[in-house]
Every structure is written in C-alpha cells, then in structure tokens.
Design a protein around this ligand. Structure first.
Ligand code: ASP
Ligand code: MG
Length: 464
C-alpha cells in the first residue's frame, strides 16, 4: 500500500490509515510505502532553496518543519508510551542534522545530490512516525529506509530505478523483515533510493508511487503481490473534470491505456510507476482514501479488458505550443529530423507530439507551452536551423485533445468519427498525430476550442 501526504495530515487521517490496515491485515502481510506528511516536501524544498542564498536565515523554517512534525506526534502518540520518546528523539536528531546541512549548503553551493538528501528527510521522518504509531495501536510493525533497498542511477532529482540491483537488496534486507513472525507490517520510506556510492537520490515529485511499484517488482517472485495506491480521488476518470462537463470512473484499465492517460494529463500516478507495474505484471488498484470500503475504484491490470467501448477516455492538454519548420528548398528531412530532435533533447525539451505532412517539406511538433521561448531561441540561434532556408513558426495558442482506448486497435473509423464530430461543431483540426502505441488518436486544435472539443468527443464516443 502506498499512502500519500494527504493521508498523513492529522489525527483523523492516521485513524483512517488504521481503519484501512485493519481491513486487510487479517488476510495478508502489508508493506506500507510512506510519503512525507502533508506539505513537507514543499517546505524542505523551500528550506534548501533558502539555504543556497546567503542572505536568508533558515532557522525559522527549520522550526516550522520541526513544529509540523511535533504537532502531529503529540496528536497521535500517547506521551507515556516509549514510542513517543523514541519518535521525539528521532525527530530532534534529524532536525539537528538538517540544520547543519543547511549551513553547509551555504558553503558548498547548490548541488543536485544535496538537494535530494535534504528533501528525503520528509519521508524518513514520516516513515519512522507511522511505524511507531502502528506499534502503539497494537500492530507488529517495523520500518526500513529506502536508501538501503532501492538502487537508482545518479540522475539526482529524477533518478531512475535499477531494478535488478534493487531486487538483490530487497531479497537481502526487506524480505527477512516481511517474512519474520515478529512483524506483520513493514513501513518503507517512499520517494528516494540511493546510488551505487550510497548517495540519496529522489525519484521525482510524486515518487512514492514509483517506490511502491519498484518494491512490488522486487518482491514479485517471493510473494503474490498487489499494490493499492490510496489517493484523494476515486480512481481514473474518463475525462478531466476541470474541462469536461460529464465524467465517470474507469473501473478497469490496462497498464498500456493508463500510461496513455497519465501522459495526456491525468496525473494520478507517477508516470513511470505504470511501466514498472507492467514489467512486473503486478496488478494494482487506485482507491479513495476517504472511502476505503467503496466499490468505486480503478483496477489496473496487464490484460486489456475488451468491451464494446472502443474509447475509454477523452483527454486534453490545454496549454501547448506547436512548432512548424518549413524548408523552401529540398533539404532532406531525414537528417533534419535527427538534428532537430537531438538539439531539443540535449536541451531538455519535452516533445509532446510529432506530425509530418506528406509533402515532406515541413515538420510539425508540439512542445510544452513554457518551453516555447526557449525553443524559439534554440532554433533561431542554431547554425543549422537558423539559416535562411528554414521558416520557423511557433503557435502558442493550441491545445491537444486525444481519444484513448485499446479499442482503437480493432475498431475502424475512429479517426473519421473524430473528424466528423469536430467538423460538425466547427472545430478546425490543425494537425493530427497518432501515438506509436496505437492506443490514442490525437487532434491539435485552437485553444479556444479545447473545452468544446472535449465535450463533443465525450458525447460522440462515451455518452452516445
Ligand atoms: N513527498 C514527495 C512529493 O511530495 C513524494 C510523494 O509524495 O510521492 O513529491
Ligand atoms: Mg506527495
């Protein structure tokens, strides 16, 4: 199970955790992946950033971080328990460490690995706290910190897991804890692991989802595993409620489809965690923390559940920019495309879609709206593209809408239906793109039509 920050904010939410654990513990062992308490990662980032600039005195922030934890400790642990003393001591030691770190940062200047070390304290503290809390409520709980068992590369801030090496560490250090009769619960800190030279490395924001996926992967041959991601939503919806007038819950979805959804805007799970679940064939559920007994939740499995609905969801990215490179002369585009995408890739520009017209003298691609100025600068100042034979056009007022579903693979005429329904509603399509996975069909339209397009497509494919 993975519990996020919104599940760890006050006495009521910790009682709810117990409520959930109670329900499942009768029939299984539980590994709990713990996020930082609500709001803590942001606070730690603020602390790190302030520590980098000399002018600021960070002691106030440290005090705030301490207070946020101690208030919770006082709220949920009884003072006469040994666990109370242990937790307060652990908290104080770590807060002292953080304080020292802050002072060091001022001397050594910003560095990605120190950033990761600083922000990892959120999970370290919350994991210790939750495990002790579980003991005071009668469980046989133990904890282990994830730098001992999750190995990553050294891409600090967004490290990628090294699954084989993690599996070895998990077998050696986590398995004995889970297997032992002394525990029926083990808490593991989410969000971070460590590199081969034992530096703490974080998996990117929302990374605790990924931690859960990694651990299930590493345990898959030792236990029959299932992951439950406890969230503040019921599961995956078939459209973004901020955009679509109607939405409903998707009850069954395959990893492949869920990945498309995650890519096009539904940020319910860390995008990589679906890849890891798929690789390990681990079934998982996204469930609503506030209603653990509800039958409304999303199950994600390897199998694509085929039903009459070709299209499972309509998604959109409202703010996008579209770049068109046009060559008047016959510059061969094979070489051009590779130069173009290496230039952008080397500069960390994320390409959202690519579409090429059949005339072969232009390439159109989508980028994040925030990257627009940077891309314009990169292209106009590059030796190759800045030359006079390329026309560069950047359109900042576009949106992307996509229909998603494994049904696209088997159902003819999806594209036609998208064209007709948008056309009938006077929505002009500027470009189209289809992902190589063939699980989505994407249309690029003017931003002013985005909401309308989502609703039109929803009615065409889902409500009917
Ligand atoms: N605490 C981290 C974050 O807020 C990781 C997580 O919540 O999954 O990004
Ligand atoms: Mg979080």
């Amino acid at each position: 199970m993975k519990f996020g920050g919104s599940c760890l904010q006050n006495r009521e939410s910790y009682l709810q955790v117990i409520n959930i654990v109670n329900k499942y513990i009768k029939s299984t062992k539980i590994l709990i992946v713990v996020s930082a308490i609500q709001g803590m990662t942001n606070k730690l980032i603020e602390f790190y950033e302030k520590s980098c600039s000399e002018e600021n005195n960070c002691d106030e922030l440290i005090e705030e971080i301490y207070n946020m934890h101690i208030q919770l400790v006082d709220d949920i642990l009884e003072k006469d328990r040994v666990e109370y003393g242990e937790t307060v001591e652990f908290l104080q030691t770590n807060i002292e460490e953080l304080k020292h770190l802050g002072r060091l940062i001022r001397l050594i200047r910003p560095s990605a690995d120190i950033y990761d070390l600083v922000v990892s304290y959120g999970e370290k503290l919350s994991t210790f706290l939750l495990s002790k809390y579980l003991i005071t409520t009668g469980y046989k709980s133990n904890h282990i910190f994830s730098d001992k068992i999750i190995r990553t590369n050294d891409n600090f801030g967004r490290a990628l897991p090294l699954l084989e090496e993690t599996e070895v560490l998990v077998k050696e250090k986590l398995y004995p804890l889970l297997h032992s009769d002394k525990n029926n619960l083990v808490c593991v800190s989410g969000y971070y692991g460590s590199t081969k030279d034992n530096k703490i490395s974080t998996l990117g924001r929302g990374g605790s989802d990924l931690s859960a996926a990694i651990l299930a992967y590493a345990l898959r041959n030792l236990f029959l595993c299932k992951i439950i991601y406890w969230k503040d939503v019921k599961g995956f919806l078939n459209a973004d409620p901020r955009v679509a007038k109607k939405t409903s819950l998707i009850r069954n979805i395959s990893y492949k489809e869920a990945k498309e959804l995650a890519f096009f805007g539904a940020k319910i799970l860390h995008p990589l965690c679906l890849d890891v679940n798929e690789k390990g064939k681990i079934p998982s559920e996204v469930r609503y923390f506030s209603e653990p007994n509800s039958e409304d939740f999303t199950t994600i499995t390897k199998e694509i559940v085929k039903n009459d609905d070709a299209i499972k969801a309509i998604t959109s990215i409202e703010e996008l920019s579209m770049v068109t490179l046009e060559s008047d002369t016959m510059v061969p585009l094979s070489g051009t495309a590779s130069k173009l995408f290496s230039l952008l890739g080397d500069n960390n520009i994320n390409i959202v879609f690519i579409s090429q017209s059949s005339s072969e003298n232009n390439i159109t691609f989508g980028i994040e709206y925030e990257d627009s100025t940077k891309v314009s600068f990169l292209l106009r100042n590059s030796d190759f593209f800045g030359e006079k034979w390329f026309k560069i056009k950047i359109d900042n007022d576009i949106s992307l809408v996509a229909v998603i579903g494994a049904g696209i693979l088997y159902t003819p005429g999806i594209a036609g239906k998208v064209f007709t329904s948008l056309g009938d509603n006077k929505i002009n399509i500027l470009a189209i793109a289809q992902g190589s996975s063939e699980l989505n069909f994407t249309a690029i339209i003017d931003r002013k039509n985005c909401r309308k397009a989502v609703n039109v497509l929803y009615d065409t494919f889902i409500t009917r």
